[in-house]
Design a binder for this molecule. Sequence first.
Ligand code: BDR
Ligand code: CA
Length: 316
Amino acid sequence: MHKVIYDTDPGVDDAMALLFLHRHPEIDLIGITTIFGNASIETTTRNALFLKQEWNIAAPVAKGANVTIDPARHERPWPTMVHGENGLGDMPVPDTIDLPVDPRPAHRFIIETVRANPGEVRLVAVGRMTNLALALKEDPEIAGLVKDVVIMGGNFYVPGNVSPVAEANIHGDPEAADIVMTAPWKVVVIGLDVTAITTMSRSYLGEMAARGDKAVKQLDTLSQSYIDFYKHAVEDGMMVHDSCASVYVVAPELFTTITGAVRVVCSGIADGQTVIKQDGRRFPPGDWDGLPSQIVATGIESEKVLELIRETLLRL
Ligand code: BDR
Ligand code: CA
C-alpha cells in the first residue's frame, strides 16, 4: 500500500485526483492538506471537507497556508474563470461543513505524519508548494524520511499556462517551489509537458458518470464549466492535470522521464519558470550545481492514464 498525503487546492481537477486516490486499492490516503491557489484557503479547505463528507473519506483534513512563503509577494485574483467562484465549478456547496479540521496547520501535520511513518509517506502535491516548503523549513530532516514527493507543477519544453513560461502552481509561489525542488528528497515533477496533452472529453466523463455512483456524477457536474473554460485549448474536454500526478503514484511506467537538477526562476519576466539541467549535460559552473537530481516527466501514455482513471473511479 502507498501511504499518501494529498496536498491540494480543490479545485475541479483536484477533486477528480482526490477521488482517484480515495478509490485506488493500492493507495492508503492518510491525510489531506489544503493550500490556497484555485481559491482562498477558507474555500479550498471547505471544499476538501465537503468532498470528504460526500465521498466518505476517512483521511483527516488539515488547513494550510494562506500566503506565499515570501509574504511580500503580490497576490493576484483567484482564477474564478477556471474553477468558478466557489472553486468547484459553482456546483452547490454549503457555506460550512459540519466536520472537524485537524488542529494542526498543514505543514505540521505533514511533519508529524512523516515522522510517524519514516520512509513510507508519499507526498502528492497539486497546488502551490507553500506547505511543503514550510514543513522543510521547520524540520529539514523530513527530507530524509519521506519516500518521495510527486508534484503537479511546472513546464519544461512546452509553454506555461499563466505566463508564456510559467505554470500556475509554481508561479503562485516560486520561492516555495525552488525550496522543494532543491531539497535532498526525491521529487517527481509531473508538469504541463504531460498534463496538457492528457485531456478527458466531455462525453468520456459523461459516460463515466452514467455508469458511476453519486461521486462520479458529482465530478461530472462540477467539471462542466471547467470544460467550457478549456475550449481555447481542448476540443470539448479538459486537462486532468492533478489526476496525472495521482496516477504516477501507482503507474510510473505510463510516464517517460528525464533526470537533473531543477531550479525555479523567482523574479522578472520569467517569474515561476521551471528549468532543468539534465544529468550528463555540461555547462560552466552555475546555479544548478551540487543539487539533487530530480525526476521530470516528459512523456505520458495519455490513453492508458485516462483508462486507469476511469477504471479506478468506477470501482465501488
Ligand atoms: C494546476 O493549477 C490549478 O489550476 C490546477 O488545479 C492544477 O493543479 C494546473 O496548472
Ligand atoms: Ca490543483
